[in-house]
Design a protein around this ligand. Structure first.
Ligand SMILES: *[C@@H]1O[C@H](CO)[C@@H](O)[C@H](O)[C@H]1NC(C)=O
Length: 329
């Protein structure tokens, strides 16, 4: 806070200095004209200087780092070949399109601790200079922001207002909804018009916004598929999206316990991509532990990583092939 204030103070001082100088230089022409020029010119320059120090909805602060996202997905995410591929393709295509027909809507599914939050953060970090701290990135947790089912009416109005207000301020806004499973049913349907193929809604265009929904819906289906492949001695990298996609959207659709239940988002094909996250196997947790040691400046030690991974393997109860807690960021 103090840093930001200090920088702003400097921006203002710099501006006064520049602008008073400009007014003085122009004085011989005519005081009124000079003042006019100085004020317009300086307002523009003030805005510029201000955006130099403070986050603005401009390319200096918001620009997509395609290589950065690729590197992050490649080096920091383990055991998620499908998620990694889909996310990269989806975000690349959307961010490189100057005129998208609808906002990007991603629905990330999988058990807790498989990297859904982590990946949302990676997306934000490679678009917004300030990452998750950006004022254009909005993070909602169902159990925190929309806790009481009885207040659904208020939530609906509020959520619509927030999204509208924020997108009006900056069309490149990102909204992440965590714990969609615990969202009061029907709430997310209230923002449906914003996710659709509309040129604009009440004068606001949502086509450059990004919506990410995180949930455990369909998680059982994902675990089951991973388990089937494992039992058949097949590599999980062989799992293709088509092995999952239909059953995934169907199980999400029919799962009464989720906020997406019979939601018109799925019904109306407003979700662009369903992204599955698999539970981690031993080797993934080892990779994860080694990467973490390196990131913390500790010499990567394979036997420690191995031991850590062993402790993490906790389900299914009989086989203990997967980790339920690793990769929880
Ligand atoms: C933007 O969203 C936040 C919630 O993340 C909300 O508190 C704020 O009021 C919204 N801004 C506008 C202008 O609606």
């Amino acid at each position: 806070m103090a840093g930001a204030w200090y920088r702003r103070k400097h921006a203002v001082l710099l501006w006064i200095l520049l602008c008073s100088g400009l007014a003085e230089a122009l004085e011989p022409i005519s005081t009124t004209i000079a003042a006019g020029i100085a004020v317009t010119g300086c307002y523009a320059s003030y805005k510029k200087i201000n955006c130099y120090f403070r986050e603005c909805c401009q390319p200096d602060w918001i620009s997509f780092n395609q290589i950065g996202l690729w590197v992050d997905l490649e080096r920091r995410l383990f055991g998620q070949h499908l998620a990694s591929r889909i996310i990269l393709k989806a975000v690349n295509r959307f961010m490189n399109n100057d005129n998208p027909k609808k906002p990007l809507v991603l629905s990330l599914h999988g058990p807790a601790g498989t990297g859904k939050n982590f990946v949302s953060k990676m997306i934000a970090e490679n678009i917004y200079k300030e990452g998750m701290d950006s004022k254009f990135v909005h993070f909602f947790i169902a159990t925190h922001h929309f806790q009481h089912v009885s207040q659904i009416k208020t939530y609906k109005t509020q959520l619509k207002q927030w999204i509208k207000g924020n997108v009006s301020n900056c069309e490149r806004s990102m909204f992440i909804f965590d714990e969609m499973d615990k969202m009061p049913p029907g709430l997310i349907d209230s923002i449906k018009p914003y996710l659709d193929y509309h040129h604009n809604v009440d004068g606001v265009s949502y086509r450059k916004a990004i919506f990410v929904f995180l949930s455990n819906a369909g998680g059982q289906r994902i675990v089951q598929t991973a388990l089937e492949f494992w039992k058949a001695g097949r590599n999980r990298e062989e799992i293709e999206l088509r092995d999952l996609e239909n059953t995934l959207s169907l199980s999400v659709f029919n799962d009464k316990s989720t906020g997406l239940w019979h939601s018109s988002l799925i019904d109306g094909y407003l979700v662009d991509f369903f992204v599955p996250f698999f539970p981690l196997e031993h080797k993934h947790v080892v990779q994860c532990a080694l990467a973490e040691m390196e990131a913390r400046g500790i010499k990567p030690d394979r036997s420690i990583a191995d031991q850590v991974a062993k402790d993490f393997m906790d389900f299914p109860k009989s086989e203990k092939i997967f980790s339920g807690k690793a990769a929880r960021q």
